[in-house]
Write a protein that binds this ligand. Structure first.
Ligand SMILES: Nc1nc2c(ncn2[C@@H]2O[C@H](COP(=O)(O)OP(=O)(O)O[C@H]3O[C@H](CO)[C@@H](O)[C@H](O)[C@@H]3O)[C@@H](O)[C@H]2O)c(=O)[nH]1
Length: 383
């Protein structure tokens, strides 16, 4: 199958949707499909190669501009320039299916949706309260969302938001990861990475919704019990200095996984609007015990047949977070290692990828039926 994937967010840095598109493209290619990616920005050196992709498989949709949305900064683009690029990419790609991500906002995915006559599958990633302007765009331009041939959401909460914003009822298929890229180190001593406990935070620490402030406020309480606690912060953001906290910056995926594999607790203190929580899966893949806020997407991702893996604390409450970290540090390090790893493996691309391909097949069938029906209507109109 020739698959064209569109990501509306700039590829200049890692992000949940970007990584999902890259991972999916890499897996599709590995099982024999032809892929092409269209997204704003330019991927940094090595980013495509890390996923087994070549430079020729990426086309830039132009420069992105930062826009405040969903308590985050989205780097997206829209307008005639990106539309021209999308049209040229569609013409050159001659795709069997076009897979758009987040095509409900004014962005490159929505432009591509307007421009293509091919079967379209969409994935909804967002968990933001209904955005009135988006809802209005979808009501004003019913051809846009109704044009989708198949729809996916990454979690139940993302499906609910998609339905509220567009009326579409998507099938839930989570984010994927390549489990073999994540290192699972055996536990040999009291602590996973040396002679003292280590807590790790991962993500855009300057974005309030990622909840880094909830963690920093919890640290003094945790240190009363574990004075030698080391705190590692992985992620892009402005220079910051906090006593006892090491900012390692934006690191490669391999380096990120290495830190996670020597962490005694991975803390996810996000305060809301998470649609899935790929970071939890990544941490569990590396064997890190998880302490996470009580967000519905997080609880869904952390739940296996025996209940919730790790510790959930009251969202935004630093005291509850401190207690959860202490409880987690007091448990044997290997308690949930294999259970977390098994949960992460259930999101391996070998599991998630075929479900997405099935949605491509549904999109092709639905498109065929829609075109056939339109032809029938035209014939009835003529006779
Ligand atoms: N290598 C590396 N990876 C990083 C770094 N910082 C973040 N990442 C990676 O970037 C990805 C996104 O992380 P988040 O910050 O948690 O997600 P988001 O961009 O807000 O994504 C949204 O969509 C995702 C996909 O559906 C959701 O999973 C997520 O909950 C959220 O709603 C994860 O794979 C994470 O490991 C870094 O410095 N280095």
């Amino acid at each position: 199958m020739k698959v064209g994937l569109v990501c509306p967010y700039s590829f200049h840095r890692p992000g949940g949707v970007q990584n999902h598109v890259l991972g999916l493209a890499g897996w599709l290619k590995s099982v024999g499909h032809q892929i092409a990616i269209l997204a704003p920005g330019f991927p940094p050196d090595g980013m495509l190669a890390d996923y087994g992709l070549s430079d020729a498989e990426f086309t830039t949709g132009g420069k992105a501009v930062p826009l405040k949305v969903n308590e985050s900064v989205a780097r997206i683009n829209f307008g005639f320039g990106p539309a021209r690029k999308a049209k040229a990419w569609l013409d050159a790609g001659d795709f069997d299916v076009v897979h758009l991500h987040e095509p409900i906002a004014p962005n490159l995915s929505l432009l591509t949706l307007w421009l293509t006559d091919r079967p379209v599958t969409a994935t909804f990633h967002s968990n933001s309260p209904t955005i009135k302007s988006w809802k209005r765009i979808n009501e004003m331009l019913p051809g846009a969302v109704r044009r989708l041939d198949a729809a996916i959401a990454v979690s139940s909460v993302a499906a609910k938001v998609a339905k509220e914003n567009t009326g579409v009822v998507p099938v839930v298929i989570g984010n994927g990861l390549a489990i073999d890229d994540y290192e699972l180190k055996p536990v040999s001593g009291r602590w996973r990475g040396g002679d003292h406990p280590r807590v790790t935070f991962l993500g855009r620490y300057n974005e309030p919704r990622k909840g880094f402030h909830v963690l920093t406020a919890a640290l003094p309480l945790v240190r009363e019990r574990f004075p030698d606690l080391e705190v590692i912060v992985i992620g892009h953001g402005p220079a910051m200095s906090i006593d006892g906290v090491t900012f390692v910056g934006g690191v490669s995926d391999a380096e990120r996984n290495r830190w996670l594999s020597v962490s005694d607790v991975y803390v996810a203190p996000q305060t809301g609007r998470e649609s899935f929580g790929i970071v939890l899966i990544e941490a569990m893949a590396c064997g890190a015990p998880v302490v996470a806020s009580n967000l519905s997407a997080f609880v869904e991702v952390l739940s296996d047949h025996d209940g919730v893996i790790g510790h959930i604390f009251k969202t935004g409450n630093s005291h509850a977070l401190a207690e959860a970290i202490i409880d987690s540090l007091n448990e044997p390090r290997d308690l949930r290692l294999l259970r977390g790893r098994a949960q992460a493996a259930s999101f391996d691309w070998s599991v998630i990828g075929p479900q997405i391909v099935a949605m491509y097949e549904i999109a092709a069938e639905n498109r065929y039926l829609a075109v056939d029906e339109a032809k029938g209507r035209a014939r009835r109109h003529i006779t």
